[in-house]
Write a protein that binds this ligand. Structure first.
Ligand code: FAD
Ligand code: 2HG
Ligand code: ZN
Length: 485
């Protein structure tokens, strides 16, 4: 990958313009006219520390008007930019590749409006997901998205990646819940489409293009989103199973017996749980080891009634020998511990050094076969083992069973070309053969950009490119990521 020479290089004059325009000292981290490398470093590296850029300038506009001025100036001066939210993305999309300017939205953090009757929230893009959800909790509502990075990711970043998360099964995708957006195009045009309407069939639904665009056509500055009532009662169970066949049976039974109160059905294989245990030092909830575990959550209006239903479900699946062992959380602390065994997996798999991550949609019956085949393949290649001689620690699978979304993770002691050669294109070919998706919920960023062809044909890619060229004719928005070059 080479730096695109059409982009201008930053000068002290450019930097001065940003300082004059944004006024606020803390809004411009300047590494051009002074050495600010320490301050800028966190904005150059992604959450996994796998992708590192070389920007010398981070700007933090404080409102939509400022975003508009900044983008227009960059567009007029051919300065490439990277929109950045909480920087928790897992495909290297939120950090520069070369010297692109980081436009970080942390200062756009106001909740603008909430209607307790309709449940519609309007908020700036830079509001942290957990802050939005706590605000809603006080008003008996819930943000219709939840994920392990909630303490750092921003709702604008969530919309830009079309994040899926832990309760998509219950609340659906952001394509359905987001009612409107405010966004800024690279030429500074502000799109004011902060609609609060559930129904609005007046022409093309432009906002949908920004949902999942990963900052390639403009910057989202605010969203309006439909938030459900918060359930009064949440119950969580965790159980162990002997085969993936049984996991599928348990999922079918859960849909049948828990129906409208089912709010999550998550899958963790035994290996992911063992590595979580080793790296976190936390114990696992069940006494014996099992090849598979599931976490089931219900959210309803009557705790006793829901708990009864969940216990009846557990009794049934254990009686039928679908589930080997299980536990139902008795209080909030226990619920959090059970969720910790699932939500804590991505963080703790990084313990050994690095992780190769694949985020895949696969027909549900074949979801786990990929993990097994990948493990066999790595074993055959002599790449897995318990000592430092081997790059791979293990091959594990977990994810959102309810959405047939597998996270195939390969934790390693070091990134290694031999491992990469065995994994790619093998994984992508395997998924394409089954008409799955090579990016279920994390997006393409830089990591998956070269592989878009495994999930989209030429015609679709051409149509996407036409949209990119229309909205960002100079190509300054998040270059080198998907749809670039
Ligand atoms: P960033 O990482 O800052 O940016 C992500 C992309 O969006 C980049 O391409 C960036 O340029 C662009 N972008 C950011 N903000 C804007 C904006 N305002 N306008 C335009 N473009 C913008 N994802 C899931 O889908 N489900 C999960 O369950 C899940 N769990 C996770 C758990 C952990 C521990 C971690 C670290 C990540 C997880 N993710 C998950 C990944 C995920 O994509 C995000 O955490 C989240 O949606 C990214 O939000 P962010 O604010 O951090 O965006
Ligand atoms: C999750 O579901 C996230 O925990 C992260 O989407 C998955 O790290 C991963 O591969
Ligand atoms: Zn996920």
């Amino acid at each position: 990958l080479k730096r695109n020479p059409n982009f201008a290089e930053l000068t002290p004059e450019h930097v001065q313009w940003f300082k004059d325009t944004l006024g606020n000292e803390s809004a411009v981290l300047d590494g051009v006219s002074k050495d600010a490398s320490e301050d800028i470093e966190p904005y150059n590296a992604d959450w996994m520390r796998k992708y590192k850029g070389h920007t010398k300038l981070v700007v933090k506009p404080g409102n939509t008007e400022e975003v508009s001025k900044v983008l227009k100036y960059c567009n007029d001066n051919m300065l490439a930019v990277v929109p950045q939210g909480g920087n928790t993305g897992l495909v290297g999309g939120s950090v520069p590749v070369f010297d692109e300017i980081v436009i970080n939205l942390a200062r756009l953090n106001q909740i603008r409006d909430f209607d307790e009757v309709s449940g519609i929230l309007v908020a700036d893009a830079g509001v942290i997901l957990e802050v939005a959800d706590n605000y809603l909790a006080e008003r008996k509502h819930i943000f219709p998205l939840d994920l392990g990075a909630k303490g750092s990711c921003q709702i604008g970043g969530n919309v830009a990646t079309n994040a899926g998360g832990l309760r998509l099964l219950r609340y659906g995708s952001l394509h359905g819940n987001v009612l409107g957006i405010e966004a800024v195009l690279p030429d500074g045009t502000i799109i004011n489409n902060l609609s609060k309407l559930r129904k609005d069939n007046t022409g093309y639904d432009i906002k949908q293009l920004f949902i999942g665009a990963e900052g390639t056509i403009g910057m989202i500055t605010a969203i309006s989103i439909l938030c459900p009532q918060r359930s009064q009662a949440t119950n969580v169970a965790y159980f162990g199973l002997e085969s993936f066949e049984k996991v599928q049976q348990a999922f079918s039974e859960a849909k049948g017996m828990l129906g409208e109160i089912l709010s999550a059905f998550e899958l963790m294989d035994g290996r992911s749980q063992n590595l979580y245990k080793t790296a976190s030092g936390n114990g696992l909830p069940l006494e014996n080891e099992h090849p598979f575990y599931c976490l089931v959550e219900t959210s309803g209006s009557n705790s006793d009634h829901d708990q009864e239903k969940l216990e009846a479900f557990l009794e049934h699946v254990m009686g039928e020998e679908i589930v080997s062992d299980g536990v139902v959380a008795q209080d909030q602390t226990q619920s959090r511990e059970l969720w910790g065994c699932r939500e804590g997996v991505p963080e703790h798999l990084g313990h050994w050094g690095g992780v190769y991550k694949y985020d895949l949609s696969i027909p549900i019956s074949e979801m786990y076969a990929l993990v097994e085949e990948t493990r066999e393949r790595m074993d055959k290649a002599g790449l897995i083992g318990d000592t430092d001689d081997y790059p791979i620690v293990d091959v594990v699978g977990y994810g959102h069973m309810g959405d047939a979304n597998l996270h195939l993770n390969v934790p390693v002691r070091r990134y290694d070309k031999a491992v990469e050669k065995e994994l790619e294109p093998f994984v992508y070919e395997w998924v394409a053969k089954r008409s799955g998706s090579i990016s279920a919920e994390h997006g393409l960023g830089i990591a998956k950009a070269p592989f878009i062809g495994y999930s989209r044909d030429e015609t679709m890619i051409k149509l996407m490119r036409q949209i990119k060229d229309l909205y960002d004719p100079k190509g300054i928005m998040n270059p080198y990521k998907f749809l670039s070059g």
